[in-house]
Design a binder for this molecule. Sequence first.
Ligand code: ADP
Ligand code: ASP
Ligand code: MG
Length: 408
Amino acid sequence: MALIVQKYGGTSVGSVDRIRNVAQRVAKYKAQGHQVVVVVSAMSGETNRLIALAKEMQPQPDPRELDVMISTGEQVTIALLAMALKDLGLKARSYTGWQVPIRTDNAFTKARIEDISDASMRTDLDSGHVVVVAGFQGVDGDNNITTLGRGGSDTTGVALAAALKADECQIYTDVDGVYTTDPRIVPEARRLKTITFEEMLEMASLGSKVLQIRSVEFAGKYKVKLRVLSSFEEEGDGTLITFEEDDNMEQAIISGIAFNRDEAKITIIGVPDKPGIAYQILGPIADANVDVDMIVQNVGHENTTDFTFTVHRNDFSRAMDIVKKIAGEIGAREVKGDDKIAKVSIVGVGMRSHVGIARNMFEALSKEGINIQMISTSEIKISVVVEDKYMELAVRILHQAFNLDKAA
Ligand code: ADP
Ligand code: ASP
Ligand code: MG
């Protein structure tokens, strides 16, 4: 007997029929003698619908009330799934986040899980119930409802698996695993049988939305056995996230390509080249709770330099206002903003032991005449910023250039 946590995403619970299918799958695992905890997302499109509705009322919705509202999507699916399980003759019990409870901090719309009480769930499991938990939500120290950020049901799934010391956490979605890149952009993309935790962390942080980054962080911290699978296929091993690099002897140099259209770039031209400038610019940005991603400062000439950084597109206009003010104060010449950019990244632990990867990447991009605006690297990734209209082309040609369509 194993304890398994299964998480089903929005498309997988997108209709009553699909929820019935989920119930069938859960029943199969129960019949094999396993204990099952199921985490569900809202039905597909529901969270977007709720956010749009809130914005009709208030263009910048009050964060506390927004969380009260957008957490309702998941409350519907836990009830529907528990009904479907009961129809199959199983014992089942639904839980909202506060009923578990899943304790979080009080950062509305992007709360972090701090603690999960497993007592009630364990009692239910021990008496043969399927435990059905609403993804994406929790409760803060003052009993306010919180949500965990878009895609947060993945994190609920992995965090519950960690709290319950589950034998496996299965993330069921609309693709049958983690691919070399998003198969919607590159049809030749290949499913990876395994991907290392480090690579998955990079892929998620660089924009692959197949797993929310915090879920991968949890899996790493608590060594949760994590697998991504299709909810639309009966069989299949999906993709296993591994913690051992040498698990896969045939490790490719590059495992995957991630992309992100959610960034915008801000450049300050003619900044006086003296100590403390980066701090003077980025300090107020951080104070305004705006996350900065890439940063480039050029070599100075004639006592001035140019300073460029990227932020999330949602924060772009706020960041521009702040920077324009600072530019005046520090005597910079000009501020330029560009929200028509995209970041494309190649990821692979094999990069550590191979030279020339950056060269191959830049060569492939230059052959297509794609201009690289910014570059950033780590041990296992290279990211470039390009004009957003070239993003899909860049992903496709890099996929080809690194032979990702061919089995490793
Ligand atoms: P869910 O609603 O099940 O959480 P998501 O839409 O959040 O599903 O994530 C699954 C989607 O992630 C896929 O449909 C796919 O388009 C996208 N995706 C992006 N990058 C990848 C990748 N490398 N491998 C697989 N899917 C990816
Ligand atoms: N329903 C939430 C969202 O759409 C959480 C999730 O699906 O993971 O972002
Ligand atoms: Mg998701």
